[in-house]
Each structure stands twice: as structure tokens, then as C-alpha cells.
Ligand binder design. Sequence first.
Ligand code: PLP
Length: 417
Amino acid sequence: MSSSEPTGHPLLPTVTATGLIHHPYAPPADFAAPMPAVHKASTVFFPNVAAMRTREWKDKSAYTYGLHGTPTTFTLEERIATLEGGRQCLLAPSGLAALANVNLALLKTGDEVLLPDNAYGPGKTLAEGELRHFGITHRVYDPMDVADLAARITPQTRLVWLEAAGSVTLEFPDLLAQVRLCRERGVRCALDNTWGAGLAFNPFDLDGAGLGVDVSAHALTKYPSGGGDVLMGSVVTRDEALHLQLKLCHMRLGLGVAANDAEAVLRALPSLPLRYAAADRSARALAAWAAGQSAFAQVLHPALPGAPGHAHWQAVCGAADARGQGAGAAASLLSVIVHERYSSAQVDAFCDALRLFRIGYSWGGPVSLVMPYALEEMRQRWPAHLARGTLVRLAVGLEDVADLQADLAQALAQTLP
Ligand SMILES: *Cc1c(COP(=O)(O)O)cnc(C)c1O
């Protein structure tokens, strides 16, 4: 087009920087496709000053700034809240940031927080580091002894963290009794719900009669992302005032998530129940097989009869919940305790000999993972319900289970005769 031709828009006499930035074209509004659009923004425009002064982001009625929410993050928040049986959700840049959001919003100097001995390790280090520096004390309780938890609740206790099943050792606690206890003692409880993912049980209605936690934190990094390529966390609640307390802290800490990451999770969510169920089936088959291997002194998987907390798992996950979900779900993790007659160097060699199971942290993606753990460095004392030996955690991915079993068998034969 020559520069003398009319363009139909006063701002676009020709191609200029201004013309490219303030281009008048607006696509038609009615676009519908399987995936919601990705809205990327730090700046959000207001039509006028009055709108800038009156728009409210806290109740999601309008947009004010990227950190306060976009259509993409609002959409993901609503879906995660629904997944977990909650009403409100906040997104954080990692699962650990979600745990930090809960701690920093609900605790102040002089308060005490209780953590299970099998809590997610980096969450414990937050208590030992920043929380301690801020004058917030923490105490560790035995996740398999409700009386121990009861004895540790004091007038200073402001928050009890729960985890089901526990990290690495996968014991399932008496979650119903733990939550009832917190209710009776008037202490808030927050669940790290990464293992259950909103699918194995409803954290806000554990017994079908409304018994639930106050806060459910979730590493979306695991199953909801499903790819091993996104870090994200969520904080779900059912109480508006509690949500607002968490939200204001979330905003002041600047815990934003990137639109492309939110999109990746939105894209993976429709297949979440299928992926979770498939990996669960494989993990269960491998746990049953591992229980017959003499090199393993113990197999830890809550659905395995005789495993620590099996009855508690059955009580919470054994039947479908009121939403029709659950019905015996048990995630995709199993741990084995390699018999103490083998050296830790032999256990390392076992992990190195695996071909399909890759050595790496995290779980919930397509690739199966293996990681050895030195339990004696992670626990206050060796739990009585665990055999002595070296623990190896297996995170089962989406490969064919027969291939995974063959991989474990060849590594066993080679390194743990
Ligand atoms: C992975 C994990 C987290 C932390 O998630 P990140 O996104 O890696 O920070 C928290 N809790 C549990 C139980 C986890 O497995």
C-alpha cells in the first residue's frame, strides 16, 4: 500500500512504531476452542481513571495488574479449587512457595507450628530457617501416633501440618483422628495434598460428613502438570476470610505464576484422572511384585496389605467419596527398604543399573524415577514400623508396567544378588 492511500484509521497514516503498538484491529469476540486462551500481562489497561480507582481484584470481579490475576490464572484457580473440593485457590510459583505462603500468612513471632516427622523435607527446612529466624518455633510429631500429636499441641500452636501419605516413607496417618483432634483443640490444620492430588480423597470432606482441613496445599508440579516441566503450587480453602488472609500475604510476597506455565497445567488437567489412575495401577502391580523379592526387607505403599497405615488409607481412600472420586486410589509412589545386608554402595549400584527408571527428584510425569534416601538423616529417630536398611523411592510414570518390572528385575539380579 502506498503512503498516500487512506488507511481508515487516524493513528495509522503509515507503518510507524505508534501504528504497530496502537493498531486498531480487534478480532471477533466469539472464539471457542477446547483450550482457554493464554493471557499474558504485567500491565492491565483501565478504560478510564474511575475504573482504575474502583476495580476490585480481590474478589476476582475485575483485572488490575498481572500479579493480581488474569483470565488464565483465574481459570486455573477455579479448576484446582474444584479438583480439591474447595472454594478458593491461590497459585504459587512452586509447591514449596505454596507451603511458605501458608506458613507466612498464618504464623507470627511467638507462634508454634507442628510438622509430621515424615513431612516434605524442604518444608521442614523452611521451619528450621526463616520461621525460626522470625521467632516462630516448630515441633515435630510422630505421624503414626495421634496421642503424640495431641501431647504437642500447646496454647502457642497456631498451625498443624498434615501429610497423607508421608513423604518418602508413604505411611498413611490416621487422618480422620488428626483432623478431629485439631478441630477439638481449635487449631488450624493444613494438609500437603500433593500425594492425593484431589483425586484419592476430598481433603475438605474426609468422612462424607464434612470433616475437613482448613487449607490444602498442593505441588501442581507433580500430577496436575504431568510433564516434569513446570513448577507450580496451589493453596485451596473453603473459608473466604482465611482465603483473604492467605491472598494478601500471597500478593505482598509477589507470588505470581507465568501465564505459559498456567496454560501448561490447564492443558494437562483434562487427562489428570486418567494419568493418575494409570500410574496408580502400575505402582500397585510393582509394589505387589517387589513384596516377593528377598532383597527388599519392606515395601512401602499404603494400598499394600500390611504396609504402615494401610487401615488408615482404607478408611479415607477405600471408598468413593461423595463426589464419586477415590475408590481405592493410591497415587504412583512406592518405596522399598533394601535389606541391611547390602551396603549403601550396592544400593547406589542398583539405582545406577536401572534403565527406564531415571535418577531424579519429583514425580507425576511420564518418566519413572528412582531416588535413594538416607532415612537416618531425615528423621528424628528410626520409626519403629520401618525395617532397617536403605530406602529407595520409586516414582512410577506412564511406561508399560511389564517393562518397568523387567527393568527392576535386571537391576536387582545385577546388583543385589
Ligand atoms: C514436590 C513436593 C512439594 C514441593 O513442590 P515443588 O513444586 O517441587 O516446590 C511439596 N510437598 C510435597 C509432598 C511434594 O512432593
